[in-house]
Design a protein around this ligand. Structure first.
Ligand SMILES: [Zn+2]
Ligand SMILES: [Zn+2]
Length: 285
C-alpha cells in the first residue's frame, strides 16, 4: 500500500477495514485517489530539472548567468545553511487553479470547501511521494524516518492547515510528527531567520522529510529546515506541493514560464528524473 513508501519503515499494524468517508476522518489512500490525482494533474505545471536557466536549489528562475535564483541566494546568505534538496511537485502562478486550491484549503469560508481542497492537496502529495519516493531517496542518499510540516510564520494559531490535512489520510497521519514551533526570529517574504523556528521535541539523529504547501522565496521552509538541522536532524528534502512563479517579474521569468506552459505535466516525472516517466505507484502499492 501507499504507506509503505512514505518512509523506510512499514506499518506496524493493519488499518481497520471499517473506515469512514474520507472527509470525516483518516482514510487509506486507495485506487480512487490515484484517479483523483490524475484529474488534479491538470492543475499542475512541470518543474524542470536544475540546470542552465533553472535554480539549482528551488527549480525556479535565476537571473541569466546565475546558478540560483535571487531568493535562494538571499535566504542562503541569511541562514548560512540551507537544505540543498528542494523538490516542488508543481509550479504555479497566482490566480491559477492550483493557487486557488492551495488557498482554499486554508482560507475558504465553508468547511466543506476547505475539506475538498485539503483532500486535493493531500492526494497530490501522497501520489508524489509514492511515485517519486525513490527519486528523493536516491538524490538524498537516504530515506526518512517521518514527515514534518512547517508551522505558520504569521499569526495563525492552532494546528496548521497542512498538518490537519495530513490527518485526513491514514498513511500521512501515521508518518507525520510535529517537530517545530514558531521562534522569536523575524520572518518575512524574503526574510529568513535561524531563530524563526525552534524544535519542540528532540530530533537529534532523525531523518526528516519536510513537506509544505507552497514555496515562494523559501524563507519560511528553509528557516524551518535550519532549525531542524541545528537541532541535529538530517533534513532529507523540502517537498512543497507548489513553487510559485511570477512571470511579470522580468522578461527571463516570463520566458521561463512560457516554456513551462508549453510543456505537458506528467505525474510520473519529477524534477529529479532525467529519463522516462514512472508508472503510477511504481515499486509499491
Ligand atoms: Zn531558487
Ligand atoms: Zn521522480
Amino acid at each position: 500500500m501507499a504507506g509503505a513508501l512514505l518512509s523506510d519503515t512499514r506499518f506496524a499494524s493493519t488499518p481497520p477495514a471499517d473506515l469512514g468517508p474520507a472527509d470525516l476522518g483518516p482514510a487509506d489512500f486507495g485506487p480512487a485517489d490515484f484517479g483523483l490525482a490524475d484529474a488534479l494533474a491538470r492543475l499542475c505545471r512541470p518543474v524542470p530539472p536544475s540546470g542552465p536557466g533553472v535554480c539549482a536549489l528551488c527549480h525556479g528562475c535565476p537571473r541569466p548567468g546565475f546558478a540560483t535564483c535571487w531568493s535562494c541566494a538571499r535566504v542562503a546568505g541569511q541562514l548560512g545553511w540551507v537544505c540543498p534538496l528542494v523538490v516542488p511537485m508543481s509550479l504555479y502562478v497566482v490566480r491559477s487553479p492550483l493557487h486557488d486550491c492551495l488557498r482554499r484549503y486554508k482560507d475558504a469560508a465553508r468547511q466543506d470547501s476547505r475539506r475538498r481542497a485539503a483532500r486535493s492537496v493531500t492526494t497530490l502529495l501522497v501520489r508524489f511521494l509514492v511515485d517519486h519516493g525513490d527519486c528523493l531517496r536516491t538524490a538524498a542518499g537516504t530515506g526518512w524516518d517521518y514527515l514534518s510540516t512547517v508551522p505558520s510564520s504569521t499569526g495563525r494559531t492552532g494546528t496548521h492547515p497542512l498538518e490537519a490535512a495530513l490527518g485526513q489520510v491514514r498513511e500521512l497521519a501515521a508518518r507525520h510528527r510535529p517537530t517545530l514551533c514558531r521562534g522569536p526570529g523575524r520572518l518575512g517574504h524574503t526574510r529568513a531567520s535561524v531563530n524563526g523556528f525552534s524544535t519542540c521535541r528532540p530530533v537529534d539523529g532523525d531523518r526528516v522529510l519536510l513537506v509544505d504547501d507552497t514555496f515562494t522565496s523559501g524563507a519560511r521552509a528553509q528557516s524551518a529546515a535550519a532549525a531542524l538541522h541545528r537541532a541535529g536532524a538530517q533534513v532529507v528534502a523540502i517537498v512543497p506541493v507548489g513553487r510559485v512563479i511570477d512571470p511579470s517579474h522580468s522578461p527571463h521569468v516570463s520566458a521561463y514560464w512560457a516554456t513551462r506552459v508549453s510543456e505537458t505535466f506528467d505525474l510520473g516525472r519529477c524534477c529529479l528524473d532525467g529519463g522516462a516517466s514512472r508508472s503510477p505507484g511504481a515499486g509499491s502499492v
